[in-house]
Ligand binder design. Structure first.
Ligand code: ATP
Ligand code: MG
Length: 273
């Protein structure tokens, strides 16, 4: 399959888990060669949407098209080819604890290509250098910080030079400086591979301002905004304003129940003992 146009298109997509519907009637385009950012509250369905681009989950209704073709109607060989062209940085990095960084990063190649060990390592070192981790090639994931694991996850996602790169919360859990570095890294990836379609899921508004060329906002499983960052920032919609200004909307309505008096008494005893 040769795809000239790698636009990702959701057409009346319904998605969920078993009988549980998480996304409803989502129609939108993530343009090829651009950085799209998907924003939304926790639990709104962002990761679920990405799972449908990777082909990990099948829609309950509607379609996901890439290059104009329904990816779930592709012949199996073409579907596999498409998946090879898709790199994913998972929300938790998803590195394997039993493998060192070089082996983790080389996985997308070592699983499928018949290459000698030294070439796999060379390929891994090449992308580890791009994310500033070449010196840590022989470290195991549990010997690294959260930010380093995310960068290693990014190296693994790009080792096969995919046409589509999906990043689920690349900056969550990172301090602001490390988060900004991660955003810069994604921008430099984009400069190096200008044809790559980048999709970044985030609730980091700082990152959205730096990265986004196109934005989707999901609320409770429905698409409520698609457009340029500028038009989002200019929007007068009350919810979007609240989201952008980081107000919680229902603060003050958090239900408050007093602690059971026996639990409280025991707690005080323990804390003051
Ligand atoms: N494997 C699963 N099985 C059943 N329900 C799931 C599964 N994964 C997610 N969900 C449900 O789908 C809804 C959306 O989850 P999703 O992970 O897509 O949200 P999200 O927008 O990525 O949130 P976050 O910002 O916290 O990562 C949630 O209500 C969640 O409980
Ligand atoms: Mg998520």
């Amino acid at each position: 399959m040769y795809m000239q146009d790698w636009d990702i298109e959701f057409s009346h997509l319904d998605a969920g888990y078993g009988a549980r519907r998480v996304l409803r009637d989502v129609s939108a385009i993530l343009p090829a060669g651009k950085i799209s950012v998907i924003l939304g509250e926790s639990g709104s369905g962002k990761s679920t949407l990405l799972r449908h681009v990777t082909g990990l989950s099948r829609p309950l209704g509607g379609m996901v098209r890439i290059g104009g073709r329904d990816i779930f109607a592709l012949p199996p060989a073409e579907f596999r080819r498409l998946r090879r062209q898709t790199g994913v940085l998972f929300q938790d990095g998803a590195l394997l604890g039993a493998l060192n960084l070089a082996q983790n990063v080389a996985l997308p190649l070592s699983e499928h290509l018949a290459l000698p060990e030294h070439l796999l390592r060379e390929a891994a070192l090449r992308v580890l250098a791009m994310v500033g981790l070449e010196a840590f090639a022989d470290y195991y994931p549990n010997q690294l910080s959260g930010g380093m694991r995310k960068r290693a996850g990014l190296a693994r996602a790009i080792v096969a030079e995919p046409r589509i790169l999906l990043c689920d919360e690349p900056t969550s859990g990172l301090d602001p400086v490390t988060a900004a570095r991660m955003d810069e890294l994604l921008l430099s990836m984009h400069a190096r591979y200008p044809e790559m379609t980048l999709v970044v899921v985030s609730h980091d508004l700082a990152g959205f301002r730096i990265l986004a060329e196109h934005v989707l906002v999901i609320r409770d499983g429905g698409l409520i905004f698609a457009g340029t960052p500028k038009s989002l920032l200019d929007s007068r919609d009350a919810y979007l304003r609240q989201f952008l200004e980081r107000r919680s909307g229902d603060a003050g309505q958090t239900p408050h129940r007093p602690m059971n008096h026996r639990v409280h008494a025991e707690l005080v005893k323990w804390l003051t003992s």
